[in-house]
Design a protein around this ligand. Structure first.
Ligand SMILES: Nc1ncnc2c1ncn2[C@@H]1O[C@H](COP(=O)(O)OP(=O)(O)O)[C@@H](O)[C@H]1O
Ligand SMILES: O=C(O)C1=C[C@@H](OP(=O)(O)O)[C@@H](O)[C@H](O)C1
Ligand SMILES: [Mg+2]
Length: 174
C-alpha cells in the first residue's frame, strides 16, 4: 500500500512539532501542525480554548481539524498528544497515512516540557504525575496505530529525522 502522508503521534514533549517541521523540509512535503491550525482558525491560543470551552471543546475542534488535515496528500502532520483520546482520530490517522510514534520515557518528556506554559494539561502542581498517567492510558493507542516507532531519548532532532527518512525510504513510503 502506498501511503502518502506522514502522521506523527506521541505524548507532549515527544518532539512531534519540532521533528515534523524538519522532516517536512527534508521530504519537500507540506508541514501542518494541528494545534497551530486550530489556533489560526479560531484566532485563539490552545490555553485560551481550554479556558473558554474546556478540554472537550478543544477535542471537538481537534477532531474536525484532524479529519480535514488527514485527507491531504504529501503532508507531514504533527498531531497533539491527546489526538488518540478521540476514536475517529485514531481511525482516520490509521487508515489515511503512515503513522510514526515518537517514543520517549516520561523523564525526558518532563524535562522537555517543564518551562513551557502553553500546555494547559501540565499547568498543575504535579505535571510529572499527569504525564505518567496520560502515558499509561494513551501509550497502548500510540503503539496500536503506529506503522513505525522511533525512540527519541538522547537522540538529537536531526538524527530522529534521519532515522525516520531511512525507514520511510527502505519501506518505499517516500
Ligand atoms: N529529540 C529531541 N531531543 C531533545 N529535545 C527535543 C527533541 N525533540 C524535541 N525536543 C524539544 O522538546 C520540546 C518539545 O518539543 P515539541 O516538538 O514541541 O514536542 P511535541 O510537539 O511532541 O509536544 C522543544 O523544546 C523541543 O526543542
Ligand atoms: O496531550 C494533550 O492532550 C495535548 C497536547 C498538546 O500538543 P503537543 O503534544 O504538541 O504538546 C495540545 O494539543 C494540547 O495542549 C493537549
Ligand atoms: Mg506539538
Amino acid at each position: 500500500m502506498h501511503k502518502e502522508s506522514i502522521f506523527l503521534v506521541g505524548p507532549m514533549g515527544a518532539g512531534k512539532s519540532t521533528v515534523g517541521k524538519l522532516l517536512a523540509e527534508k521530504l519537500h512535503y507540506q508541514f501542518v501542525d494541528s494545534d497551530h491550525e486550530i489556533e489560526a482558525k479560531t484566532g485563539a491560543t490552545i490555553p485560551m480554548i481550554f479556558d473558554i470551552e474546556g478540554e472537550q471543546g478543544f477535542r471537538n475542534r481537534e477532531a474536525l481539524m484532524i479529519d480535514e488535515l488527514s485527507l491531504k496528500s504529501e503532508v507531514v502532520l504533527a498531531t497533539g498528544g491527546g489526538v488518540v483520546e478521540t476514536e475517529s482520530n485514531r481511525q482516520h490517522l490509521r487508515t489515511r497515512g503512515f503513522v510514526v510514534y515518537l517514543k520517549s520515557p516520561v523523564e525526558a518528556l518532563i524535562q522537555r516540557t517543564r518551562h513551557d506554559r502553553n500546555r494547559p494539561l501540565l499547568q498543575t502542581g504535579n505535571p510529572a504525575q499527569v504525564l505518567k498517567d496520560l502515558m499509561e492510558r494513551r501509550e497502548p493507542w500510540y503503539l496500536e496505530m503506529a506503522d513505525l516507532v522511533i525512540e527519541t531519548q538522547q537522540v538529537p532532532v536531526h538524527r530522529v529525522v534521519k532515522q525516520i527518512i531511512d525507514r520511510l525510504e527502505s519501506e518505499k513510503i517516500v
